[in-house]
Design a protein. Structure first.
Length: 363
């Protein structure tokens, strides 16, 4: 069985690592081998958000690198479609495997579907029900052309059922939970990020802001940064690893003048995945607009405040580990004051989602 796995953005590298490890484990113990080749679209190209994954996380090196980062959504997706189609026509895999909801996901799914190659969508069925988000459009379209739809939650299965997608749908749990268990242990042994930043466990906040709805809107970004300035204290700083787009717009709109008023709001360069795990595990609270980090916060049992008006991960809200704050300063500050009752979330699985995916495809 031959699989071409398509990645292009940071969270996809993590998920791909778990699929690759499951394939390696299968091949060691079975005569029927799985051949996996990785295609990297180049959607993200910052070193700490890209190449370092293949070095530190032992992900197989990509067989193809397309260098399709930058440009508008249309330009990026179109460039990927053209190049991915060439690879698929030449190699004709049994499956094309895509993750999540990026432009790389949609381009890979469309290219494969047009060539009648079955599409495997890992993390299928998620919905924010906000079509203003490009990610929502990507995930909806990908689901509709996929042959196999592996869902991380029961809500995702139900979302698909409501639009008539039932064939090939399976709840397997979350491959990101697999990754949290696997790499959480490695991070504990290898990461030195806390000492290098002079941080004490549970005495700092961690924040990430990267979604276009926040970064490309001056009012939203200003309100979020103002809230972080209000929160940050010398004894409990806010650590903000800066996404390249966030950094650019902070400078363009001179929001850095707000940041300069409080040195306890500490802007740092993007960190690699293992260091990010340690920051998540040891933070007092995480503030983020990332879908993946909302879940990782729960995996590491760290309270989370989501800087969006909706979330795909509704079970984190129900279980009391996550709150929707939106972008307004006062709402963010109010969420920090809330004390919620927290319960466990069983549907993310048992840490073997990737293995279930490979065994299902083989069967």
């Amino acid at each position: 069985m031959k699989i071409i796995t398509i990645v292009g953005a940071r969270p996809q590298f993590v998920k791909a690592a778990m699929i690759s490890r499951a394939i390696l484990k299968h091949n060691k113990n079975n005569d029927l081998k799985v051949e996996e080749c990785i295609l990297h679209t180049g959607q993200h190209y910052d070193y700490n958000m890209n190449a370092v994954f293949f070095e530190k996380m032992e992900i197989p090196r990509p067989a193809w690198f397309l260098d399709c980062g930058g440009g508008s959504h249309a330009e990026m997706t179109a460039g990927m479609l053209i190049e991915i189609e060439k690879v698929l026509q030449e190699n004709r895999p049994d499956y094309v495997l895509v993750f999540g909801d990026t432009n790389s996901t949609l381009a890979g799914a469309l290219a494969a579907a047009k060539l009648h190659i079955p599409v495997v969508h890992v993390e299928a069925g998620l919905r924010s029900f906000n079509r203003q988000m490009p990610e929502e459009v990507n995930r909806v379209l990908t689901d509709h052309v996929s042959s196999w739809l592996f869902c991380p939650t029961y809500a995702a299965v139900q979302n698909l059922k409501q639009v008539g997608i039932t064939s090939g749908v399976m709840h397997v749990g979350d491959v990101m939970y697999d990754a949290a268990l696997t790499f959480g242990k490695i991070a504990e042994q290898t990461s030195t990020i806390l000492s290098s930043l002079g941080l004490e466990a549970k005495h700092f906040y961690l924040c990430t802001v990267h979604r276009a709805e926040n970064t490309d809107d001056k009012e939203r970004l200003s309100q979020i940064i103002s809230a972080l300035v209000e929160i940050a204290r010398p004894e409990c700083p806010v650590i903000l690893p800066l996404h390249p787009r966030t950094k650019k717009n902070i400078e363009m709109w001179q929001i850095d003048s707000i940041i300069a008023s409080n040195g306890a709001l500490r802007l740092i360069e993007p960190v690699d995945y293992l260091d990010m795990i340690m920051l998540e595990k040891r933070a007092k609270t995480i503030l983020t607009d990332s879908g993946g980090i909302q879940k990782e916060a729960y995996f590491h049992r760290t309270p989370c405040i989501t800087l969006r008006d909706e979330t795909e991960w509704v079970e984190t809200i129900t279980a009391g580990w996550n709150q929707l704050a939106g972008y307004r300063k006062d709402d963010i500050l109010n969420c920090l004051e809330n004390k919620l009752q927290q319960t466990e979330i069983d549907e993310y699985g048992d840490g073997h989602a990737a293995g279930k995916i490979i065994q299902t495809l083989l069967s």
